[in-house]
Design a binder for this molecule. Structure first.
Ligand code: DC
Length: 232
């Protein structure tokens, strides 16, 4: 196996955290960033921002050329920001998006939008530009494999489907949305299928990633394990 440097792109000690929907990676990554005092970006929010802009523009999310053209015309900008509620901010053009990125309408189309190679090339370039300037914990599906293949720490976070459904249900209910467990289960299984079987940058653990199954673990336990790996 190739010997990996202790430092990644731009000489920074990046942390790549990948995993399926509901694996807890965004919660863990944000908490880890606070713990380690470094910046954080959830790249899923960038795909969600394009998905939302696609819905607003009335573009068919299956039309890859139109989706990519929209992302070029209305650039998606992401900024790690310690003071922001989520730890980062996302803009499309001049407009900042927040909670609406996590609405059901967006969740339903985002995997279709994220499957387009042309769009992925645009967003991966932006993500690398962010990582070239600072140490960052980046969460997503292809961070360890495509965006930051030289990241010194790579984590692939998983959890059972049942646990992921339960976490998502609790998260939605905390926001006042009552959801049907069976529908949520079907949605998560479908998103897993789309994310793992797409032709470009499918969800897969990097060969040199450390796999952590978070089923039955608390956020603090997962954060402590990753922090120990980063400090090691
Ligand atoms: O993590 P999330 O559920 O917010 O991600 C939304 C979608 O974006 C999901 O279908 C996978 C996709 N995604 C991706 O393809 N690559 C990334 N680096 C991050 C997210």
């Amino acid at each position: 196996m190739r010997e990996r440097s202790r430092l990644g792109m731009g000489g920074f000690a990046h942390v790549a955290i990948d995993g399926p929907a509901g694996s807890g990676k965004t919660t863990v990554a944000h908490a880890l960033a606070r713990d380690l005092g470094i910046l954080y970006l959830d790249t899923g929010a960038m795909y969600r921002a394009v998905a939302l802009a696609t819905l607003h523009a009335g573009i068919d999310p299956r039309d890859g050329a139109a989706v990519a053209a929209l992302a070029r015309a209305e650039p998606v900008r992401a900024e790690p920001d310690r003071d922001a509620e989520r730890g980062f901010r996302v803009f499309v053009g001049a407009h900042e998006f927040g909670q609406e990125l996590y609405a059901n309408d967006v969740s339903r189309v985002v995997s279709t939008v994220a499957a387009h190679a042309e769009l992925r090339a645009i967003l991966v370039q932006r993500q690398r530009a962010i990582a070239a300037e600072r140490a960052v914990i980046m969460a997503g599906r292809d961070i360890g494999t495509v965006v930051l293949p030289d990241a010194p720490t790579k984590i692939f976070l998983t959890a059972s489907v049942a646990e992921r459904v339960e976490r998502r249900r609790a998260e939605l209910e905390a926001r006042g949305t009552i959801v049907d467990r069976a529908a949520l289960h079907a949605e998560i299984v479908e998103r897993d299928a789309l994310d793992t079987t797409r032709a470009t940058a499918p969800l897969v653990a990097a060969a040199d990633a450390v796999e952590i199954d978070s089923t039955g673990l608390s956020i603090d336990e997962v954060v402590a394990r990753i922090a120990a790996l980063v400090r090691a």
